[in-house]
Design a protein. Structure first.
Length: 404
């Protein structure tokens, strides 16, 4: 049976032919957006076409509508405005930055579709009625100078700071450098705005008056270091992170951190802490802040950071202390694994998809944490397997944008 699967952000089906639809017994389109004409939509409905799309846009036949698709960040400026009389639909799969001078340019698009986030000045926010966002919109003060997502305001910042300037960070401002000359910033009337500000205790009195009133403030002990990524705590942790740390992500504590925990003076985890059950007592003595504490039972084997992981009966029987599968895209549970063995020896955490049989599903749900989907359609697995073996009867297309 000839089949086709299209995986893309934007699938343009305005010119799909009946000959193409007849050629395949089944066509599956997985896309954020599908573009069709009313006539092509009626044609597609007569064939075995499965559309998994967040949005389907109908464009009148005969109209010259140009599609602009960007996979990643896109900056919308006045110079990028469509020409008079030109019809353009803009798709951004990532972050759209709307410049302060781009309000009129943005309004000239037929539609702007964003699968991700949008950043724009407050004066433009709410004015773009052609904007559709599957994600977040962040509006910054007009005239503000934009900084990085997590902006560290260190001792070099006052050397380049402009007088009477307002600086804005997309996520957070970080004031932990004790050598920062706050008096120079105050004399230049420098101000700051962000969702959150991280401030060392001895700098707080001088820095807080410089912040906008809607900025959430977290005061941390002097000497706290900021790290903007997931981290692992092991016997080398102190050398890199020190005794006071702010982790902007999840923290995985390893067994060999037993001698490190007593040395930690302050720990803030802007995420979850994954902790072996053997270290629970030692961790409770740490001055730690976190979203959730995930206790991991003792494991004899860890499988992590794989695109695909497979667990069968022989593997589980080999490790009496159990297996932890974490941070893998897909996990496949062999049909020979009984539910009792899954409950006794398997733990799955932070994986996107777990494929298992219907009989195994309840047990897999019980031992899984932060898994997007459990179970899976057998026909979909057959399609993936066929593609991996280069089945000539099965065509797979992966693209940011695809015209059918």
């Amino acid at each position: 049976m000839k089949r086709m699967m299209v995986n893309c952000a934007v699938c343009d089906m305005r010119s799909v032919s009946e000959e193409t639809l007849k050629h395949y017994e089944q066509i599956t389109v997985n896309a954020a957006t599908v573009i069709v004409t009313p006539e092509k939509k009626d044609l597609i409905n007569r064939y075995n076409v499965m559309m998994n799309a967040a949005d389907v846009i109908e464009v009148p036949a005969g109209e010259n509508v140009r599609i602009v698709s960007q996979n990643g960040s896109y900056e919308l400026t006045a110079e990028r405005a469509p020409q008079d009389g030109e019809k353009v639909i803009l798709f951004v799969n990532g972050m759209l930055n709307v410049n302060a001078d781009a309000a009129e340019a943005a309004a000239k698009y037929e539609q702007i579709r964003v699968n991700g986030s949008v950043v724009m000045p407050k004066s433009i926010s709410g004015r773009l009625h052609n904007l559709n966002v599957n994600g977040s919109i962040s509006a910054y003060p007009d005239g503000a100078i934009r900084l990085s997502r997590n902006a560290e305001i260190d001792k070099t910042f006052p050397l380049r700071a402009k007088e009477n300037a307002l600086y804005w960070a997309f996520r957070r401002l970080i004031f932990t450098d004790l050598a920062l000359d706050t008096e120079k910033l105050r004399n230049r009337n420098v101000r700051f705005a962000a969702k959150t500000a991280l401030i060392a205790e001895s700098l707080a009195e001088a820095v807080v008056p410089m912040l906008s009133e809607d900025t959430d403030i977290l005061i941390v002990p002097d000497g706290t270091k900021f790290f903007g990524f997931d981290a692992r705590m092991n016997k080398r942790f102190l050398k890199k992170f020190g005794t006071k740390a702010y982790i902007n992500g999840d923290l995985t504590v390893e067994e060999d951190a037993i001698d490190v925990l007593p040395e930690i003076e302050y720990l803030y985890v802007n995420g979850d802490v994954k902790l072996p059950e053997t270290l629970l007592d030692a961790f409770e003595d740490v001055d730690a802040h976190y979203d959730e504490l995930v206790i991991q039972k003792k494991t004899g084997k860890i499988i992590e950071d794989n695109v695909r992981a497979t667990v069968n009966k022989a593997l589980l029987e080999k490790y009496a202390d159990g297996i932890l599968v974490t941070d893998c895209a897909t996990v496949h549970i062999a049909k020979d694994v009984p539910s009792e063995l899954i409950l006794e020896r398997l733990t799955i955490a932070d994986c996107a998809q777990v494929y298992c049989s219907e009989e195994q599903e309840a047990a897999v749900c019980a031992i899984s944490k932060d898994v997007a989907s459990i179970g899976g359609d057998e026909s979909l697995k057959d399609e993936i397997t066929g593609a991996l073996h280069l089945n000539p009867e099965f065509k797979v297309i992966n693209a940011a944008e695809y015209v059918m």
